[in-house]
Design a protein around this ligand. Structure first.
Ligand code: HEM
Length: 221
């Protein structure tokens, strides 16, 4: 046990925790994005999907607990690694030419904060209904429409999805590298899998606020 804790607290241990918790998040967003596309099949399909997710409440709460633990572990490892890196180099490099530096890599921290803010709002809005004036339990089709037809909320969703795409592009690649699933390459920016994950997830999510704004869905109540 103490060897496990020592590993978890080491720099590579923290990077492994960040990678594994990030991969759990990627699995979740892939599933959630696919489920959201049922919006195009209508109110009945979305209702049945919400009921299906609640087939076994103990299982649903177990999945929620794993997701929450993954988010907390991801934030804690990111924070601890950032603090250690700062402590190791309190004065910045006079000149720094990173071999691989992308906008996605540079915006990981603030993009992550934006995503966290989005998730808190999103849960209040579509799971608890606290910020959604027409919220009804087990009616995600109408709940999504009433939420996203507010232009400011739709724009917030679009900004969060852009941030999610960038976070996934860098994060998916970084986790594959940490876990040794991707080898060092002479072309470090040729990240086919990371690009595919980012485009499929962010692109799939973005369709819903855009379709709502352009009137593709009509509320049924
Ligand atoms: C256009 C984008 C999105 C739409 C339309 C959407 C829609 C929804 C809806 C309708 C629910 C409630 C489902 C139910 O209670 O049956 C929900 C829950 C949730 N969403 Fe999203 N979502 C979107 C994007 C995201 C993103 C990007 C994330 C995370 C990065 C996310 C994380 C969650 C979580 C954690 C829940 C709670 C799941 C649970 O009840 O255990 N969503 N979403």
């Amino acid at each position: 046990m103490s060897r496990l804790l020592t590993f978890a607290n080491s720099t590579i241990g923290l990077k492994v925790i960040m990678a594994v918790s990030g991969l759990i998040g990627i699995g979740f967003v892939l599933g959630h994005m696919s489920g959201n596309l049922l919006m195009f099949k209508g109110q009945g399909a979305m209702h049945d999907y919400a009921v299906l997710l609640r087939t076994s409440m103990p299982l649903l709460y177990a999945v929620r607990a794993v997701l929450l633990a993954a988010v907390l572990a991801h934030i804690w490892s990111a924070y601890t690694l950032t603090m250690r890196s700062r402590a190791a180099r309190p004065v910045d490099y006079a000149e720094r030419r990173p071999q691989v530096s992308t906008l996605a890599a540079k915006t990981m921290k603030w993009g992550g904060v934006l995503l966290l803010t989005f998730i808190v709002f999103h849960l209040l809005d579509l799971t608890l209904g606290a910020t959604n004036p027409n919220f009804e339990h087990l009616d995600p089709f109408n709940n999504v429409i009433y939420s996203l037809k507010r232009p400011l909320i739709a724009v917030f969703y679009l900004a969060a999805m852009a941030s999610l795409g960038m976070h996934l592009y860098h994060g998916a690649w970084a986790s594959f590298r940490t876990l040794g699933l991707a080898r060092p390459s002479a072309r470090p920016l040729a990240r086919t899998v990371a690009i595919a994950v980012a485009v499929i997830v962010a692109g799939g999510f973005v369709i819903i606020p855009l379709a709502t704004l352009f009137g593709a869905f009509s509320p049924t109540r």
